[in-house]
Design a protein around this ligand. Sequence first.
Ligand code: HEC
Length: 159
Amino acid sequence: MKNKMKIATISLTGIAVASFLIFGSNALAGGNQKEKQSSKPWPCPERYVKMVNPIKPDEGILAAGKEVWENNCKSCHGRTGKGDGPKVKNLDFSPIDFSTDEYQSKTDGELFWRATEGRKPMPHNKDKISDIERWSVILYTRTFAKKAGEPEVPNQKEK
Ligand code: HEC
């Protein structure tokens, strides 16, 4: 009798584990990324498109950018900018994957302007984050770019 119950418990656990593997892990692994992205064009003023980033991506700047990212952006955009942060499941659409050419081909100025202004549901960051921090976080998002043979988060490798 005892043994039978044990077997029943084990097989129930087995079913739970199996269904987690089938359904649950899917939700964890990128299940937050929504298919839908905003189709509304988001034109950036020309003077921002042409604006040159006043800072260079040295170690200190990237470290500062990473901190801004983790405190203010990661919750939606995800740790590596894939658009799979935990908050995205509550939004109507998700931001684009920052590792793609679609993102990376934009100028720093254009991305800086968007990061500054935001657009619902993305909050604006005019008061909360300084100009330098916003330029730094844009430089940090450049580290998300796909590069052949590089680890997933290139800037986390040993210096
Ligand atoms: C509440 C969720 C949320 C947070 C927090 C957030 N974003 Fe966004 N972000 C979005 C969404 C959604 C979009 C897409 C908006 C659209 O296309 O209308 C977006 C778009 C962007 C874009 C434009 C990308 C493009 O396609 O050109 C940039 C740049 C950006 N975010 C940077 C940031 C930075 C930097 C931070 C932190 C300082 C941040 N975001 C915080 C949700 C968020």
